[in-house]
Design a protein around this ligand. Structure first.
Ligand code: GDP
Length: 294
């Protein structure tokens, strides 16, 4: 994950550490390298600019340069600011005080939405909850079969009714949750190739009929800035509450993880780290920053 970025940052910091005492020019040179590394990792340029302004304000002061371990201090500042960039603290999926909690998963086709629905159901089941999956991706019949298979694997019921429209399926999910005493309803909605008006209207209609506690956008980390654009477009039309960032196990460069929060204001709540159903982790900005710095 983010290997190229980590390697570049490590090289920069190694050079800085080998110097012992640092001049202001040394720090500025190091920060130039950090800037390049972030841009090459496909981090949004505005985010990079603001990030560096904040780091520079803290790192170029006399106190840092005169400290016993100036390089360590600069690295700590970069670490702090990377953490802030990603939202500082872990944001949990919020559960309704009056169950069932309704969670919509939305996103473009191929982002990993159906897989994420099953992973999330498994995750809650492990915490002793009673999830129900709703197969509402009616335009891709294979998605319904896929979810039913995944539901069987993890022992979670899947609500579906052939021929029903997505609004009806959301309602069916609520009916089944009552009948089966389920406290979390996870709705796998239709994915499209592009963000389109029809998709947005349909999602809005579903949420009018069955209001959401969480609307999580599933985006593929490998798509970098595109993931950020998708998040912006969805958030303009739907009140999203967070992001699930998938495929972090691949060779994603880091751009999506590091830009989404700043650009859209949305917290990344969970990350997908593999195709298997146990490959879902809570997103912790501080741990992610440490991993990036290596
Ligand atoms: P959907 O069209 O958004 O519902 O996407 P799917 O859930 O069908 O996933 C598309 C592909 O991405 C499948 O081959 C999944 O196995 C794969 N996938 C999903 N999440 C992850 C992940 O976190 N890591 C990896 N490596 N593959 C994933």
């Amino acid at each position: 994950m983010f290997d190229a970025l980590t390697e570049k940052l490590q090289n920069t910091f190694k050079k800085m550490r080998s110097k012992g005492r640092l001049t202001e020019a040394d720090v500025r040179e190091a920060l130039r390298e950090v800037r390049l590394a972030l841009l090459e990792a496909d981090v949004n340029f505005k985010v990079v600019k603001e990030f560096l302004t904040r780091v520079e304000e803290r790192a170029v002061g006399q106190d840092i340069l005169k400290s016993l371990t100036p390089a360590q201090s600069v690295i700590r500042i970069v670490n702090d600011e990377l953490t802030t960039l990603m939202g500082s603290t872990h944001e949990r999926v919020r559960l309704a005080s009056n169950p069932p909690t309704v969670i919509y998963l939305v996103g473009l086709q191929g982002a990993g939405k159906t897989t994420a629905a099953a992973k999330l159901a498994r995750y809650f089941k492990q915490q002793g909850r009673q999830p129900l999956l709703v197969a509402a991706d009616v335009y891709r019949p294979a998605a319904v079969d896929q979810l039913e298979t995944l539901g069987q694997q993890i022992g979670v019921p899947v609500a579906h009714e052939p021929g029903a429209d997505p609004v009806r399926l959301a309602q069916l999910g609520m009916e089944r949750s009552k009948k089966l005493a389920r406290d979390i309803v996870i709705i796998d909605t239709a994915g499209r190739l592009h963000v389109d008006e029809a998709l947005m209207t349909e999602l809005a209609r579903m949420q009018e009929a069955v209001p959401a506690h969480e609307t999580l956008l599933v985006v593929d980390a490998m798509t970098g800035q595109d993931a950020v654009r998708v998040a912006t477009a969805f958030h303009e039309r739907l009140p999203l509450t967070g992001v699930i960032l998938t495929k972090l196990d691949g060779d994603a460069r880091g751009g999506a993880a590091l830009s989404i929060r700043q650009v859209t204001g949305l917290p990344i709540k969970l990350v997908g780290t593999g195709e298997k159903l146990d490959a879902l982790e809570p997103f912790n900005p501080d741990r992610m920053a440490s991993r990036i710095l290596g």
